[in-house]
Design a protein around this ligand. Structure first.
Ligand SMILES: [Zn+2]
Length: 694
């Protein structure tokens, strides 16, 4: 859960026909291996015509559905509707992938033009009276057709999504709904653009070597390299990208530089041209308005209906006991840090920019464990191979690199995934390091989802922002980055195994992190570490004593980690349980929320409102859903326990049952899928135990 990633959401898409250009690759069949996107041939000018044409084709397909003389049934309405967006899918997926991982001002401009077109297109479909009346007939007649569980769920999702999009509204309300959707889509894009600019504009230049005291050599080298690239040879450059800021806060002895860097991070988007507060306030107000139009008291009630949690009460009910345990543990950790600081820096008050620095020293003292000493055992390639090998041991699948698949950047690598018997399962694209055009964080995306029971094979991506190689040293990952790699890989496995027939599955946000977070459990097990954590120079396995220390110190720092995450989750819920659609003072609201929960000042919320991209960024889709990571953590801890109970982390029967769960995606109710795997409902105990929060 430390690795807060997003599943890049698939845009369901949009507008007007334009004459297709012959040279536009989105209008031809792709002759590449496995029909992968021919990135070299795709130019920026191809996107808008392809989107417009795709939208027009979807409209035509829907026209054919609604004008059909046949009585509405599952095949001629729901299935036909599911297929109607086929032409939009490739351009939507490629554009979505590039927007996240390799954007530029031109793509950002296209996105700004596209977002309202897409919102209009979606509304044209979801507010289409004739389509709605056919879907309603199929829904009402569902008992008469012999539908399987997946078909029933698809039908239910379609029916609900019409209701949730406003199909039952009056004409006047529908007009207002369209305007709200269009404005929300523009605001989401605007938020993302401002945040990217604020993040990438910032740099901290250090010109005296003494100011780098405490930093590991590879961090210094990376900062020197970054400075050189920026034309500042001989200096050191630090940024707000994860691999730059977090090690600095953890290791740099210069307290005022730590303060400057963390403040720059936390005060992003607060003022000037990148101020996102007006955008956020407007988004929050519009969301309340939209929820009320649809008959829900709050945005959270609207969102959560589709999740396992069902409503705000369900979410707060889970969050409160975990918050209590986390805060209590954080306070114990605070005392340990204060005691150490009193010795090292008498008279100084513990501040947020001290926490990571002194926490590291407490860890070293308590467990004699130095994270830097671990790093040589966690080179990127070894960790990736380790994740692959876990999947091989669990599911028998294999991975081999393909050099013949087109990629969108030379750093992207492609792996073919095969079943034990050699059958092709799909492709995994990995893209692991930060670049100027890549947004922060880590996520799993898709260039083509599996469907038709795997007749169409998946193309899935893992995009991260890991430490770069430096000098002749390979990329060496922190424990956090290591877990993130396993995490995103878990999402990828879910995509690779998916056996559904259709595009449209369920969307329970609080379930989607189960497949990813469960993989993090294997990453740090001594038995697994021994296998993949090998010194990048000698190839020697991590010493047993180090692996044991990793295990012993596992709950160390969980008070801080869970608290900073939970604060953001609670803040998200508070923003989205507003009951009045009025614009509020963003900073005052945030302060009142965090004070109410009793967050201690030494731990800032992981995200402050003005840069909380998960919940305010365009297409981010975690609004009233950031809690999902902890909900999924309950599931993943409980699910992993199923392996432990067998006394075998690779127990074949449990692996087979878990693969079944992955294959189903959300083609049935997640609660039912989970129950089928575990034989009972999930319990919270395993999570509290694992994090030492009991
Ligand atoms: Zn995730």
């Amino acid at each position: 859960m430390r690795s807060t990633c997003c599943l890049a959401s698939l845009l369901v898409l949009p507008g007007f026909a334009q004459t297709p250009t012959e040279a536009n690759p989105f209008f031809t069949e792709w002759k590449t291996p496995f029909g992968t996107p021919p990135f070299a041939e795709i130019k920026e000018d191809h996107f808008l015509p392809a989107f417009r044409s795709g939208m027009a084709r979807q409209k035509a397909a829907i026209k054919a559905i609604v004008e059909s003389k046949e009585a509405p049934n599952f095949a001629n309405t729901i299935e036909a509707y599911d297929r109607s967006g086929a032409a939009l899918e490739p351009v939507g997926m490629v554009f979505g992938a590039l927007s996240g991982a390799e954007t530029n001002p031109r793509l950002q401009a296209i996105n700004r033009e596209l977002a309202p077109l897409q919102a209009k297109h979606r509304d044209d479909i979801s507010l289409d009276e004739k389509l709605w009346s056919r879907v309603k007939v199929v829904w009402e007649n569902r008992a008469k057709e012999k539908l399987d569980p997946e078909q029933l769920r698809l039908l239910e999702n379609r029916f609900k999504s019409f209701v949730r999009s406003g199909a039952n509204l009056s004409a006047e309300q529908k007009t207002r709904m369209r305007a709200v959707n269009e404005e929300l889509s523009k605001l989401g894009v605007q938020f993302g653009d401002l945040l990217l600019k604020a993040t990438k504009d910032y740099r901290m230049v250090v010109d005296k070597a003494e100011d780098l005291k405490g930093l590991p050599e590879n961090q210094k080298a990376a900062a020197a390299q970054a400075a050189k690239k920026a034309g500042l040879e001989g200096k050191w450059l630090f940024t707000l990208d994860g691999p730059s800021i977090w090690p600095f806060l953890q290791f740099a002895e210069n307290r005022s530089l730590r303060q400057g860097l963390l403040s720059a991070y936390l005060d992003r988007c607060q003022a000037g041209e990148t101020d996102t507060k007006p955008t956020v306030a407007r988004i929050a107000a519009l969301r309340v308005e939209k929820a009320k139009l649809l008959g829900y008291p709050t945005w959270a009630d609207f969102v959560l209906e589709e999740n396992m949690a069902k409503d705000p009460g369900g979410v707060y009910g889970l969050l409160k006991p975990v918050w209590k345990g986390a805060l209590a543990k954080a306070k114990v950790e605070r005392e340990e840090i204060r005691a150490l600081m009193a010795k090292e820096l008498p008279g100084a008050k513990l501040e947020s920019w001290d926490w990571r620095f002194y926490q590291d020293k407490v860890r070293a003292a308590k467990y004699d464990l130095d994270e830097e000493a671990l790093k040589p055992y966690f080179s990127l390639d070894k960790v990736r191979e380790g994740a692959f090998h876990v999947a091989t041991r669990l599911y028998g699948i294999t991975f081999s690199e393909r050099k013949d698949i087109p990629v969108y950047h030379p750093e992207v690598r492609v792996f073919e995934v095969k079943e034990k018997d050699g059958r092709h399962l799909g492709l995994l694209y990995t893209d692991y390091h930060p670049r100027p055009g890549k947004r922060g964080g880590a996520w799993c995306g898709s260039l083509r989802p599996a469907r038709e029971g795997h007749k169409i094979t998946p193309l899935t991506t893992n995009v991260c922002n890991f430490t770069r190689p430096s000098g002749d040293q390979p990329a060496l990952l922190t424990p956090d980055e290591t877990r993130t790699l396993f995490h995103e890989f878990g999402h990828a496995l879910n995509n690779l195994f998916y056996m559904g027939q259709y595009r449209g599955g369920g969307r329970a946000q609080d379930y989607v992190e189960l497949p990813s977070q469960i993989m993090e459990n294997w990453a740090m097990e001594p038995e697994v570490l021994k296998d993949y954590a090998r010194h990048y120079k000698t190839g020697e396995s991590i010493p047993a004593v180090l692996a044991a220390k990793i295990k012993q110190s596992r709950t160390f720092g969980e008070g801080f980690a869970t608290t900073e995450y939970m604060a953001a989750a609670l803040l998200d819920m508070d923003w989205h349980t507003l009951t009045e659609p009025k614009v509020v003072d963003v900073n005052a609201f945030e302060k009142a929320s965090l004070d109410k929960w009793g967050l201690i000042p030494e731990i800032p919320s992981r995200y402050r409102t003005p840069f909380f991209n998960h919940i305010f960024g365009g297409g981010s889709g975690y609004s009233a859903g950031y809690y999902s990571y902890i909900w999924s953590a309950v599931l993943d801890s409980d699910a992993f326990l199923a392996f432990k109970e067998k006394g075998n982390l690779f127990d074949p029967a449990t692996s087979a049952a878990f693969r079944k769960l992955l294959e189903k995606g959300q083609t049935e109710e997640p609660a039912a899928i989970y129950r089928a795997f575990r034989g009972r409902d999930p319990k919270v105990d395993a999570l509290l135990e694992k994090r030492g929060l009991k």
